[in-house]
Design a protein around this ligand. Structure first.
Ligand SMILES: [Zn+2]
Ligand SMILES: [Zn+2]
Ligand SMILES: [Zn+2]
Length: 317
């Protein structure tokens, strides 16, 4: 069995054994930074190992799956590049910290200032006044989790995303990063590993949020969605709109109103469309519901069936 790289498949256990060593990771990083193939001695010098016998021992462990030996020297294979990318996305000097900081943005519910903080790979948003949009967080763990008052949700952002950005800029970067993840999830792909995902829909039949959080489902939305990768550890979730962001009708509705759904000049206006929609649950078993999005006087209603597919789209103007 060979993968697309032409190298033999490696089990996760083997991969960890190979990578649990500074010298081997150093080899991958050095080759990742190199602009051309590196012969043995040049590679050894750049990695900074004196003993060539010892260096060769470690090099042999990564040659094959991660590194290819060519006539001109050693080069990274795709699997090696993926490892370096993953390491670099978390590589910043020290653990990045961003405690609750006010940003240039206001709460969609009440207009009060919004604060963000960064915690374990995500930017978390909080309203400084109202109860927020969720009484608990979905997706970070296997079960919904309690959160601080005012929780408006979280957007993934690798540690590297915080670097050289102000808190407001970091929140914007997280917005785009989160929406790219949502597009993947909506399209049935895991944003981490591209495997298929499974969906779980959580409709609240007697939903009563009244501009805040419903006591029954602890959410501002009547329909929430869990997204679970069938291959890796990835879990995501939140309001059902996650499943609809890549729908062509909704994309056209946004762009027809001058709203960029990926890098908007005003993320708040796109958020309003994505958060202030109306939900009508027609039935839960089988699931069937309608979601009506609005920009000004114009509206778009999407009907979703038990397969979570859009089966009808109606535009009012
Ligand atoms: Zn608020
Ligand atoms: Zn509810
Ligand atoms: Zn995955």
């Amino acid at each position: 069995m060979s993968d697309a790289d032409g190298s033999d498949a490696l089990s996760p256990d083997e991969a960890f054994a190979v990578l649990g060593d500074e010298t081997r990771l150093g080899i991958l990083r050095t080759l990742g930074e190199a602009t051309e193939p590196l012969p043995f001695s040049a590679l050894r010098e750049r990695v900074g190992v004196r003993d060539s016998g010892q260096f060769n021992y470690h090099l042999e462990k990564v040659v094959g799956h991660f590194v290819e030996k060519t006539e001109a020297g050693y080069v990274l294979r795709r699997a090696g590049r993926r490892v370096v990318e993953a390491v670099l996305s978390g590589a910043v000097t020290g653990t990045p910290e961003l405690e609750r900081t006010r940003i240039d943005r206001s709460c969609g519910n009440c207009g009060a200032p919004v604060e963000i903080r960064w915690r374990s790979g995500s930017v978390e948003l909080f309203c400084t006044e109202c109860a927020g949009r969720y009484g608990q967080s979905y997706g970070a763990n296997k079960r919904p989790e309690a959160v601080e008052r005012g929780y408006l949700g979280r957007m993934p952002l690798p540690p590297a995303g915080l670097g050289k950005r102000t808190p407001t800029e970091a929140a914007r970067a997280a917005w785009t990063w989160a929406h790219l993840e949502m597009f993947a999830m909506a399209s049935g792909l895991c944003p981490r590993c591209s495997a298929t995902v499974e969906y779980e829909v959580f409709p609240c039949e007697d939903h009563d949020a009244d501009g805040g959080v419903c006591e029954r489902c602890e959410s501002a939305n009547a329909v929430n969605l869990g997204v679970d990768c069938t291959n890796c550890l990835f879990r995501g979730g939140g309001a059902f709109v996650i499943k609809l962001v890549s729908d062509p009708h909704l994309l056209a509705f946004l762009t027809d109103h001058g709203l960029d759904p990926i890098v908007p000049s005003d993320p708040h206006r796109v958020d309003r469309v994505h958060t202030e929609y109306e939900e009508t649950i027609h039935s839960t078993e089988p699931f069937r519901a309608e979601f009506t999005f609005a920009v000004g006087e114009d509206s778009l209603t999407l009907t979703v069936d038990d397969d979570l597919a859009v089966v009808d789209a109606e535009r009012d103007r």
